[in-house]
Ligand binder design. Sequence first.
Ligand SMILES: [Zn+2]
Length: 106
Amino acid sequence: MPRSTDLPHGPVRTCVGCRKRDAQENLLRIVLSEARLQPDPNRRAPGRGAYLHLDWGCWTRAERRRPWTRVLRSTSPVNVHVDTAMLRTYLATRVPRTDTSVAASG
Ligand SMILES: [Zn+2]
């Protein structure tokens, strides 16, 4: 399916990585539970969710910015360490890791 600049019908959410708006179905819902970032692909978890493209670039940006406690309105202290391992693992199973530190040779 070719990408279009037109926003699709249906709910639109903003990716916390690239800050671009996209159809909710193209974004992964993320929830914060007990200081642990968790993927919520079925969008059923209670509480406030954030949305992220299934994309390492977006993930890297989001992880660097660490918007979790703010975006997700966590009840935890703002400076709490958020464990992102689960989400990272989830992303790894869904998106092939492109290691940008190793340039393709040849
Ligand atoms: Zn994005």
